[in-house]
Design a protein. Structure first.
Length: 210
């Protein structure tokens, strides 16, 4: 089947709704290694954030920041990476929250020995839900048929900014990149979707990426 046919079918499935924050695998990791668990982490990020609701009237500042980092065997945070951006001030707030939480993490134990582990954490700044975003997604199939790729990217940017674990949306963005001849961008995008469990992205990455 041609990638165009796969793409149009995929972009229709992007309209499906799901969990508001479908990052349960990574939330479970936080629950294991943050002192007090996921509840304590969410209280901390809510209470200590310097970004208040009145700062989020601009919808471009609403969304979910995702940071990945290595929790070292000694409990220190290292190799921090931005995996999903929202805006400069919101991103900085999330980064500072993670940095100031450094003494609240406990290392992973294997056979009672501490080892390093990769962790992802989400910071929610009034993100739009999948239901909120559905009207935007419904425009994608017609835009795709007319090859209006820039408009599709604009929609998918908004979707992923708010719902960074929407693997179908990430996969769809990879298809658009592929059709635009942006192989490196497509491969990086499929790799991310595969990392969060999207099987088709893993298959496409193996087929189209070196």
């Amino acid at each position: 089947m041609k990638i165009w046919s796969i793409g149009i079918a995929l972009l229709i499935t992007i309209q499906a709704s799901g969990q508001e924050y479908p990052d349960s695998v990574f939330r479970n990791e936080v629950d294991k290694y943050y002192k007090g668990g996921i509840g304590a982490w969410e209280r901390y990020t809510t209470q200590k954030s310097k970004i208040k609701e009145e700062n989020l009237e601009d919808t471009r500042k609403r969304g979910t920041v995702v940071l990945g980092f290595t929790l070292m065997s000694n409990g220190e945070i290292d190799n921090v990476e931005f995996l999903n951006h929202v805006s400069e001030d919101v991103d900085e707030d999330a980064f500072q929250l993670l940095k100031k939480s450094a003494d609240q993490w406990k290392p992973k134990l294997v056979d009672n020995k501490p080892v390093s582990v990769w962790i992802e954490v989400s910071f929610h700044y009034l993100p739009f839900t999948r239901a909120d975003l559905k009207p935007m997604k419904e425009k994608i199939p017609e835009l795709y048929q007319n090859k209006k790729y820039d408009e599709i990217h604009h929609i998918l940017d908004a979707v992923i900014r708010n719902q960074p674990y929407d693997a179908d949306a990430i996969y769809g963005r990879g298809i658009i990149y592929h059709e635009q001849g942006k192989t490196i961008d497509a491969c990086m995008t499929w790799q991310r979707a595969a990392h969060i469990g999207h099987i088709e992205s893993d298959e496409f990455h193996k087929k189209h990426c070196k």
